[in-house]
Design a protein around this ligand. Structure first.
Ligand code: SAH
Ligand code: SF4
Length: 388
């Protein structure tokens, strides 16, 4: 497929004293960059293949690029992924990366193998400004948006670690979900550029069904999303009523459920292949949102919308008083939804021994809000106690 590239918002100015990092550049941005050098657009494709398919970052190794152009590139540009600070391998094959980004921050990315499928969970921000009551990332506060290079860099680093970036490398990463740290729609341009690279034929070549953006519900940005990309959509719903959702997902007070579901529906209806379903994520918390009446209300709420439902047992973490849903309540909840006609899966907890489960992604956030002071520090054993 040919993904839709975001248009350039401003002309590129090439200055010789600050080398521009081309790692996160979309095809359109690369073409504009090469045009300023008097080069043809096909240079963009050549560069993308070297970087994202063959893992080559050294301009000198790019044999189909002329020597003078390589010299110019070395002077003006660089290809710089973020740095893997630590890597943990779980017994179940899950691999977690702690990735250093500037400002003393670090984010996490997690690879989860499951049969033929290998899903990489990618972060979009350092921390998150939205403070959902059940989320470890939210408790850490917020520092900044990741750049497009830092987002696609997580895919590049993971693919590299699996030997995927070579002519006959194994296709280990088959799916990407924007479900790591941060709210992707609050870092719109960089997330869109990175996702479009994930799907680009000259980069990672993933199908649009295999790249998923998960959002807690930033409605104005969701309304814009379809103009820029055609990825799959997951909505973090977690409650069937506004009263309950206001408590769990505070952004609901600004954009309530009805607005969010209407916007999600407009998005999928606007896609060229309009048979796709919205994934509804529902984190089940003991005695909070896991009762049969919640399941019945959820079934009623979603009855006109093409959805599949993914139930996520709450992953406990220090600083949270919530408890994981009981197995009985989980099964009961699922059965009600299945009997109401919904495809309803349960997200099994993976990588638990390395704190790689949803909502346990923490990284290192130099918080610029006061939130982390209010909540205290997260006492995960991850960064120090576990050996890479
Ligand atoms: N900000 C985006 C994407 C990151 S969160 C969003 O909220 O959708 C990815 C998923 O993990 C979301 O559905 C989120 O609600 C869920 N999650 C967060 N903390 C969790 C926890 N402690 N246990 C289980 N799921 C959690
Ligand atoms: Fe942010 Fe998503 Fe966590 Fe909410 S669940 S605090 S939106 S990362």
């Amino acid at each position: 497929m040919s993904p839709i590239d975001t248009p350039l918002s401003a002309p590129l100015v090439i200055v010789s004293d600050a080398r521009v990092n081309l790692l996160g550049f979309s095809q359109a941005k690369l073409e504009a960059f090469f045009a300023e050098l008097g080069e043809k657009p096909f240079r963009a494709q050549q560069l993308m293949k070297w970087v994202h398919q063959l893992g080559v970052l050294d301009f000198d190794a790019m044999s189909n690029i002329s020597k003078p152009l390589r010299e110019t590139l070395k002077r003006l540009a660089e290809l710089r992924p973020p740095e893997v600070l630590q890597q943990w391998d779980s017994q179940d094959g899950t691999r977690k990366f702690l990735i250093g980004v500037s400002g003393g921050n670090a984010v996490e990315a997690v690879y989860i193998p499951e049969g033929e499928r290998g899903t990489l969970c990618v972060s979009s921000q350092v921390g998150c400004s939205l403070d959902c009551s059940f989320c470890a990332t939210g408790k850490q506060g917020f520092n900044r948006d990741l750049t497009a290079a830092e987002i696609i860099g997580q895919v590049w680093l993971a693919a590299k670690s699996f030997g995927q970036l070579s002519e006959k490398g194994p296709r280990k990463i088959t799916n990407v979900v924007m479900m790591g740290m941060g709210e992707p729609l609050l870092n719109f341009d960089n997330v869109v550029d990175a996702m479009n690279l994930m799907m680009h034929d000259f980069a990672y070549g993933l199908s649009k069904r295999r790249v998923t953006l998960s959002t807690s519900g930033v409605v104005p940005m969701l309304d814009k999303l379809g103009e820029h990309t055609d990825v799959s959509l997951a909505i973090s719903l977690h409650a069937p009523t506004d009263a309950l959702r206001n408590e769990l997902v505070p952004i609901n007070r600004k954009y309530p459920i009805a607005q969010l579901l209407a916007s999600a529906q407009r998005y999928i209806q606007g896609l060229p292949d309009n048979h796709r379903k919205i994934t509804i994520e529902y984190t089940l918390i003991d005695q909070v949102n896991d009762r049969p009446e919640h399941a019945v209300a959820l079934a009623e709420l979603l009855k006109e919308i093409p959805v599949k439902i993914n139930l996520i047992p709450f992953n406990p973490f220090q600083l949270s008083n919530y408890k994981r849903v009981s197995n009985n309540a989980l099964r009961r909840f699922q059965t009600i939804l299945i009997e109401a006609g919904y495809t309803t899966t349960i997200r099994t907890t993976r990588g638990d021994d390395i704190d790689a489960a949803c909502g346990q992604l923490a990284g290192e956030v130099n918080d610029i809000t006061r939130r982390s002071q209010r909540y205290g520090t997260l006492g995960f054993p991850s960064s120090s106690a576990l050996q890479p």
